[in-house]
Design a binder for this molecule. Structure first.
Ligand code: 13P
Length: 249
């Protein structure tokens, strides 16, 4: 059985003080055995502080990005070893904001996934179509392409998470229809089975895009989904915990 993973992507929000206050409140809310896996993804400068606050707690630490190379002349970038040293467990690879605003392509994203996996951390490969791609019936071919190149050369899917985040649902307040998310998750699952065989059974598939306490249950109840990747609503610890509770099985 897959334990659902509910992840808080803070994006470029929060100062160190705000992060401290948030994590203190979250740890007050979360019991020692939450029945679901929780992870928070602060900006890079907040990671040491967050690591300290989360030590010994059931909440895991994630990073929003990484560079595929182990070290080198890549000004402004961060390596997987640097993340590992901080106790980071999960790393977002190919979030749609990285793809759109920072021109990351599928091959570059694939390099990140391989680097994270090789270091023994867990990559979260983000996939999803634009509204235009959905309207023109290309949602699945687009996602399939992102999977194929994003997971190219990956020997074993151990630890891998796939986040289905339709671009048009991110930060818009308009979530996907649960039936559409369900269909996409089932296709992703079938594709993973085809690609990795039995080893794919442990891969978790999340939904992301305007998840809030009011609609989270509609997604997290679905047997095809193993968690959520939450942006805006995760900035409030009470809302994030309310969302996570709907995933408890
Ligand atoms: P929102 O929950 O704000 O739509 O963001 C989703 C997201 O991008 C999580 O990675």
């Amino acid at each position: 059985m897959r334990v659902p993973l509910v992840a808080a992507n803070w994006k470029m929000h929060k100062t160190a003080w705000e992060a401290r206050t948030y994590l203190k409140r979250l740890l007050d809310l979360v019991p020692p055995e939450p029945g679901v896996e929780l992870a928070v993804f602060p900006s890079f400068p907040l990671l040491p502080e967050a690591a300290r606050a989360l030590r010994g707690s059931p909440v895991r630490l994630g990073a929003q990005n990484v560079h595929p190379e182990p070290a080198g002349a890549y000004t402004g970038e961060v390596s997987v070893l640097q993340l590992a040293e901080l106790g980071v467990r999960y790393v977002l690879c190919g979030h749609s904001e990285r793809r759109k605003l920072f021109f990351e392509d599928d091959r570059f994203v694939g390099g990140k996934v391989r680097a994270v996996s090789a270091a023994g951390l867990a990559p979260i490969l983000c996939v999803g179509e634009t509204l235009e791609e959905r309207k023109t019936g290309r949602a699945w071919p687009v996602v399939e392409g992102q999977l194929a190149l994003g997971l190219e050369g990956l020997g074993s899917p151990g630890g891998l998470v796939v986040a289905y985040e339709p671009v048009w649902a991110i930060g818009t307040g308009v979530a996907a229809h649960p039936a559409d998310a369900r269909e996409m998750a089932a296709r992703i699952r079938a594709w993973l089975r085809d690609r990795f065989g039995e080893g794919s059974e442990g891969v978790r598939i999340q939904y992301g895009g305007s998840v809030k306490p009011e609609n989270a249950g509609e997604f997290l109840r679905l047997p095809e989904l193993d968690g959520a990747l939450v942006g805006g609503a995760s900035l409030d610890p009470d809302a994030f915990w309310a969302i996570a509770q709907t995933a408890r099985r």
